[in-house]
Write a protein of this length. Sequence first.
Length: 334
Amino acid sequence: MKLRDLLFALFAAVIHGGNAYAQAPIVIKFNHVVAKDTPKGKAAERFKELAEKATNGRVKVEIYPNSTLYKDQEELEALQLGAVQMLAPSLAKFGPLGVKEFELFDLPYIFPSKEVLYRVTEGQIGRDLFKKLESKGITGLAYWDNGFKVMSANKPLKAPADFHGQKMRIQSSKVVDAQMRALGANPQVMAFSEAYHALRTGVVDGTENPPSNLYTQRMHEVQKHVTVSNHGYLGYAVIVNKKFWNGLPASIRTALEGAMKESTKFANAIAQQENDSAMDAVKKSGKTTVYTLSDQEKAEWRKTLLPVHKQLEGRIGKDVISAVYKEAVAVGYK
Ligand code: LMR
């Protein structure tokens, strides 16, 4: 060994705590905007555990929940710039990125059941949507479920007329915007991290989300009424920076794909149960009144909201909406 090499080895030994050949781990920064104790938060933790194990510690996954690094919108920019490597934004947040087809997931009553949803996310439609992300420097890895949404406000929301003039915090989706307008409400786009404060201070009157988000952000504490309406769906696309992903050694990528597959099964298995127990906790808290729509009320909501499909088909794409309808028909829905 030449003197220069010897000095280099000694220097490396000091840096790496005694092991001159230790490699620095590959770090995956995984930012998300919800609490740890949600379907997405728990699935992210499961991915970390599985990924680190499958790569024998070569990969280190750092999870930043609750918008601690970046909030909505910012996080997508950070991913494209490579400041973070992995995200799981809700499907409603891909419109502003220019991939409007993702907003099909926000169409009211588009999924009559989770079975139809999975036919979409795990089938050709889901794969085609992911292809559209590639030109944005993003690779789609998986779809993670959350659940069907409830509505909340400081007044009872039983009929569409009850929404008149209500300022409703929404995600950045033109479909959700149209949905709120169809109900006669005033939609206000706002980052998730700001929603609780806006509800508490009266900047907005109400909002929508699955119970797991409502409960873990304590929104039910500042909303007098919650309506179990299940009028729309909320789920996630787990995405990575394409350059980072393609630059990984093939064996590492394969190990991570395996970890993602397992954590996706986990995410989808816990989503319903997490939302059910969040709803129970909201009811038990006694801080809000929970109302479930009657069949007649549901019919009125449907009549008011279904025209949003036609209204937004020019933006989302008629073909992709029809393809989703076909998946429902294939399993017996009319
Ligand atoms: C929201 O912004 O309302 C939620 O979609 C946040 C999330 O990621 O679940």
